[in-house]
Design a protein around this ligand. Structure first.
Ligand code: BTN
Length: 323
């Protein structure tokens, strides 16, 4: 296969695998500027190479294994991204964070993703437990950022990547609550936990843990504050297109941060954020504060005007929107 053919094949797989709906031959042919006959022969070639296809109503196509997380590795190889992703699948584990941290310590490269169907001891922010039952998207991504000063920004940036993927793929209005909760209709659909280490030899890594409530049942006690995407759209969502869309978006937003184009990402974060301008209660490590969330600083801190008129910056903590 020539280099050009391989390039086209990659874009082709990415185009079809990052959609939850079936794609018509016409749409593919128009998008790539190629003949319908060429599209059909490429689809045939892909099927022979281990990409099983379903023919939907109206003769449209979709990959058949898009909810099978085992096939995620096969698809990420076709993503056009700067980060070289590779996926390690485990069916059940304590926390994907623990596996990814161990792998990072042993030298696993940036872009390594550990994904599981179910977590027995899922970890959330601020020492909380994260309930991760079957049907959700639970994964941890190893990053090796050139400078550790980016840690706060990477946390906000990850929320942008996840929220944009949900918005674009499912056409729903995903919002962000500081620092990195993704909400739909004020209920949490995704949480992000970043852990990291600076070892003695100077090897740095961060492990970005992302949990998305996709098709999983939430326990009764969480239904007031959280929701699964299936309950928002009304049907089961194949998880591989969502994973690929998140990884694709993260690749883009992280590259902004790595090349110090911080304002672009903060601009998008602000446009999706529902915390700014609101009266908030901030539960910080040392105390609880009340005030108005005024803005976000260039280093990712939340600037809050407290009741006595003073300004306090928060780098970590939990926010409750009061009104
Ligand atoms: C939060 O508290 O909002 C953060 C939740 C992060 C959950 C994800 S699921 C995948 C990864 N593995 C874990 O144990 N936690 C993170």
């Amino acid at each position: 296969m020539s280099r050009d053919d391989l390039e086209l094949l990659k874009r082709f797989v990415e185009f079809v695998a990052t959609k939850i709906r079936c794609v018509s031959v016409n749409e593919i042919s128009e998008n790539f500027g190629i003949d319908r006959g060429v599209v059909l022969s490429m689809l045939e070639k892909l099927e022979k190479q281990g990409f099983p296809l379903d023919v939907c109503d109206g003769g449209n196509y979709r990959f058949r294994d898009l909810d099978n997380l085992v096939s995620a590795q096969k698809y990420v190889e076709y993503l056009d991204t700067k980060l070289r992703y590779r996926v390690r699948y485990v069916e059940v584990c304590g926390s994907t964070q623990d596996i990814a941290i161990e792998m990072a310590r042993l030298g696993a490269p940036e872009g390594t993703v550990v994904i599981a169907e179910e977590l027995e001891r899922g970890r959330g922010r601020m020492g909380r437990r994260w309930i991760a039952s079957r049907g959700g998207l639970w994964f941890s991504l190893i990053l090796r950022p050139p400078k550790m000063k980016y840690i706060n920004l990477l946390s906000l940036t990850t929320a942008v990547g996840v929220a944009q993927a949900i918005k674009n793929l499912l056409d729903i209005d995903a919002k962000i609550k500081w620092p990195n909760d993704v909400l739909v209709d004020e209920k949490k659909v995704s949480g992000i936990l970043i852990e990291g280490a600076l070892s003695g030899e100077g090897t740095q890594y961060l492990v970005v843990g992302i949990g998305v409530n996709v098709n999983n049942e939430l326990p009764q006690e969480l239904r007031e504050s959280a929701i699964s995407l299936r309950n928002v759209v009304g049907f089961d969502i194949p998880r591989v297109p969502l994973l690929l869309s998140i990884l694709k978006n993260l690749d883009k937003v992280y590259s902004y941060i790595y090349s110090e184009k911080v304002e672009e990402v903060l601009g998008i974060w602000k446009s999706m954020c529902v915390t700014l301008g609101r009266k908030v209660k901030v539960i910080a490590i040392e105390d609880v504060f009340e005030g108005v969330a005024e803005d976000i600083e260039i280093d990712g801190a939340l600037r809050v005007r407290l009741g006595d008129g003073s300004v306090k910056k928060f780098y970590t903590g939990d926010v409750i929107h009061i009104r």
